[in-house]
Ligand binder design. Structure first.
Ligand code: OSB
Ligand code: MG
Length: 368
């Protein structure tokens, strides 16, 4: 196969509710859609980067630059038959994983279509449906938080994740646990604490949490290992893991007991699958994290979650949790806390080009 054209589209969507974490606050997103043309086929990918560099160093603007000036020129007109060959074209580009993930995803879609398989089959997935949870932002008002939890439990979601930050942690989690004694509950700190906060974090051991996600610095695996020795609750790493090598080192150091696999943070489905395979061999549970993906990135997450090691319900929720209208048809639906893995060829959800055009705020094509 040969890629003969790539289009980039920045698509702006409004979130149905403002989302606040310890590191950022947002009410809309601008994700780059990557449209790849090869051998008469069209594949779609998505860069789910935030607009600001507060989750990681990448932004929509850095993704645009890296895609346009480095990644796309490296793959254009180069023959390929598998994803290793594609990622090899840009192996000299360090990090910039969100940018890489968008291009790589479109190539998986092409490969799935060329071999007439659903994406999950190309990846080697086995599950027919995936377990779905929700991630809730920090809310100033506890009654509003209770309202959201009630709503999502009523909709059937099987696990609730709360964002926490220093001063917005133990008291909130206590109230939630008292009101919902039996739910699967976890927290995500988005790297807001240091080892000096160990006594405070230890208080979270009282609430039977599934895990504490990324309590310490975004680039740390050493202090996490020290903290894990002090906590009963498993630590799950998110921001710290950018590759299968990072995952191996973190497991060796015992920096945590669970890994959040995010396609964007890992630079694509190939590396995400490698982390899955490593953890599966080692008996380490994994789950799929999200970056508020639109339907394209979300479809890739659904396919990934069909791999056997995804034993914990993740942050891949239905489209309606995020957007009034998604950019794919049909929208992704979670029913009774489960999303059906589509059996149709490719991503399994059709990009709606009319709606995409309506929300596009910037366009580039190698064909111009
Ligand atoms: O840390 O997992 C995170 C959203 C944006 C940035 C970072 C994170 C998140 C979420 C939401 O937790 C995941 C989702 O619902 O897509
Ligand atoms: Mg996280």
């Amino acid at each position: 196969m040969k890629i003969d054209r790539v289009d980039l589209l920045i698509v702006r969507l409004q979130l149905v509710r403002t989302f606040e974490t310890s590191s950022s606050r947002k009410d809309h997103l601008e994700h780059i859609l990557v449209k790849v043309f090869a051998d008469g086929l069209v594949g779609w990918g998505e860069c789910a980067s935030p607009l600001d560099p507060y989750y990681c160093e990448e932004t929509t603007e850095t993704c645009w630059h890296i895609l346009k000036d480095f990644l796309i020129p490296s793959v254009l007109d180069r023959p390929w038959t598998n994803l290793e060959e594609i990622t090899n074209c840009y192996r000299k580009v360090k990090r910039n994983n969100f940018a890489k993930a968008g291009l790589e995803m479109a190539c998986w879609d092409i490969l799935a279509q060329a071999t007439r398989q659903p994406l999950h089959s190309v990846l080697g997935g086995t599950r027919q449906e995936i377990l779905s949870g929700v991630s809730l932002g920090i809310e100033q008002d506890t009654d509003r938080l209770f309202g959201l939890i009630d709503q999502f439990l009523d909709e059937g979601y099987r696990r609730i994740k709360l964002k926490i930050a220093p001063g917005k942690d133990v008291a909130v989690v206590r109230k939630v646990r008292e009101r919902y004694p039996d739910i699967l509950l976890m927290v995500d700190a988005n790297s807001a604490y240091t080892l000096a906060d160990t006594p405070r974090l230890k208080q979270l051991d009282d609430f039977d949490l599934l895990m504490i996600e990324q309590p310490l610095a975004h680039d740390d695996i050493v202090d996490h290992a020290k903290l894990q020795r002090e906590l009963r609750t498993p630590i799950c790493l998110d921001e710290s893991i950018h590759s299968v090598q990072d995952a191996r080192k973190a497991l060796e150091l015992k920096s945590g007991r669970i890994i959040n696999i995010k396609v964007s943070r890992l630079g694509g489905l190939l590396e995400a699958k490698r982390v899955h395979d490593l953890c599966y061999r080692e008996g380490i549970p994994v789950w799929c994290g999200g970056m508020h993906e639109y339907g394209i990135g979300r479809a890739a997450n659904v396919a990934l979650c069909s791999l056997p090691g995804f034993s914990i319900s993740g942050d891949v929720s239905g489209s309606d949790k995020y957007y009034a209208q998604d950019i794919v048809d049909p929208p992704i639906r979670a029913i009774n806390g489960a999303i059906q893995v589509p059996q149709s060829i490719g991503l399994g959800f059709m990009p709606n080009e009319k709606r995409i055009k309506e929300f596009t705020v910037r366009f580039f094509s190698t064909a111009q």
